[in-house]
Design a protein around this ligand. Structure first.
Ligand SMILES: *Cc1c(COP(=O)(O)O)cnc(C)c1O
Length: 463
């Protein structure tokens, strides 16, 4: 029985790959025309997936066909150019294709000996990312699932380093009884920083919060005297407004007092590839650590977070699994830079994406999506709706009237299917957030989406 199904799987593996490739190709080709949110019918059909655990094997080709027939219609079309939710990027063709190949490789990226190619590509992409973002060339980094995990990795490293300065070994002795550390965040901090802090043993409530201005930037006139040991978390790109904290001033203040400065730059840090945004992105290179996502603006598939730390030894000291990693002359071992040990070879897709774009391609992607955001803001203002933020990069917040009207417009826009935007509450005001993050978005996508938004908002107002 076992042998039978094994033989069958092997003999059909070529066919099933061809089938999956054909179906995937069909999905990709249709993405530009698909509705963005799945239809009610597609969602209802998901119920058919709930069968008892099959007692007998199925033909792999049938498994893939079923997955496509029931799964594909219930996807959210994030790859089609008219998805503007949650700062989610699309997926570059090179990244998708590399993902297929990497799937066939099935490499475990924990150790160099498990996958020389995965380890080597990580060496390359970490250097490339630092170059692209204008971070110090000798930073170390870890490829993690997402920015939440990247924030955690960096904050755990900061914690380790500040406590080690006091002779406290947090790896051995933990956080109970450790010398206190002050953690400073801005009032518009991303929730993932607070989650990461709680995972690292800092209580969410035990942070010092610096007042923010109307764009969500930390107010530099509100900076105070720091405690002896402090971590200051700043933001490159607020998730709502896209605003940047005044990094230069905050860094000078924090550094003078011996604090560790960490940057949450999940998407906004990528604006550093374009000289156009230098007026908001300058100064972030001075920090001690950075968290970012390649699955947002750079349009690599999920999951693709990056933790980057100026002092590589500090990252290894906090993330290494044994003392062996400290042997001089040994090459970088991926798992001594991340919380995870076994994991997929994320560096493959990131490498393919960055190689296919090059600096100019990445810069063009950033500038083009920002220009689309400007077009949205202009179109909505001209139609008489209030844009709530200064559109500095790719994020637009729009209000269609009171909270109820705005929520209703958002609901109908999502239901309509032309495009998809999420709702948010920005400093007490209910708003729709448009985040232009996909390489695939064209001017026509913007026009079509804008027309749908304005039509629906006018209908709601008239009603
Ligand atoms: C999206 C985002 C995060 C969290 O990203 P995940 O990859 O979902 O963990 C953190 N900070 C900011 C500013 C973000 O925009």
């Amino acid at each position: 029985m076992a042998t039978d199904s094994k033989t069958r799987q092997q003999s059909q593996s070529g066919d099933v790959l061809t089938l999956a490739a054909e179906r995937a190709r069909r999905y990709v080709r249709a993405a530009a025309q698909r509705r963005v949110a799945p239809s009610e019918a597609a969602l209802a059909a998901l119920a058919m997936l709930h069968e008892p655990f099959p007692s007998l094997p199925s033909d792999p080709s049938e498994v893939i066909s079923k997955l496509d027939e029931q799964g594909s219609p219930a996807t959210v079309t994030t790859t089609g150019g008219r998805y503007f939710g949650f700062v989610n990027g699309g997926m570059l063709p090179a990244a998708l294709a590399a993902n297929w190949l990497a799937g066939a490789w099935n490499q475990n990226a924990a150790l160099r000996v498990m996958s020389p190619v995965a380890a080597e590509l990580e060496d390359v992409v970490i250097r490339w990312v630092c170059e692209a973002l204008g971070l110090p060339a000798n930073c170390a980094g870890g490829l993690v699932t997402c920015a939440t995990m990247a924030n955690f990795t960096a904050l755990a490293t900061a914690r380790h380093t500040l406590l080690a300065r006091e002779g406290w070994n947090v790896i051995e002795d933990g956080m109970f009884g450790a010398p206190p550390i002050e953690v400073v965040v801005g009032a518009e901090v991303h929730a993932s920083i607070l989650k990461a802090l709680s995972l690292a043993g800092f209580g969410r409530k035990r942070v010092t919060t610096i007042e923010a201005d109307n764009q969500g930037r930390m107010r530099k006139d509100k900076l105070h005297r720091l405690s002896k040991r402090a971590i200051v978390c700043i933001q490159a790109g607020n998730v709502n407004t896209g605003a940047f904290d005044p990094a230069e001033e905050i860094y000078a203040w924090a550094h003078e007092q011996g604090a560790w400065v960490h940057v949450d730059g999940a998407f906004g840090l990528w604006a550093r590839v374009s000289p156009r945004y230098e007026h908001v992105t300058h100064g972030f290179e001075k920090a001690d650590s950075w968290a970012t996502d390649a699955h947002k603006w750079p349009n690599v598939g999920y999951d693709s977070g990056l933790a980057i730390v100026r002092d590589g030894a500090a990252l290894r000291a906090s993330m290494g699994i044994t003392a062996a990693y400290l042997e001089p002359g040994s090459r970088r071992e991926p798992m001594h830079h991340t919380p995870e040990a076994s994991r997929r070879a994320r560096g493959v897709e990131l490498w393919a994406a960055l190689k296919s774009l090059g600096r100019s391609g990445l810069c063009a992607l950033i500038e083009r999506t920002c220009a689309h955001a400007q077009r949205f803001a202009q179109g909505l203002r001209e139609a008489g709706f209030a844009v709530l933020n200064d559109v500095v990069i790719n994020q637009v917040l729009v209000s269609f009237g009171g909270p109820d009207v705005t929520r209703e417009v958002i609901r109908r826009i999502q239901e309509d299917g032309t495009c998809w935007c999420a709702g948010t509450v920005w400093q007490g005001k209910t708003a729709m957030r448009i985040s232009v993050s996909s390489w695939a978005t064209t001017e026509e996508d913007v026009q079509r989406s804008l027309a749908a938004m304005i039509r629906i908002a006018r209908e709601c107002r008239a009603a």
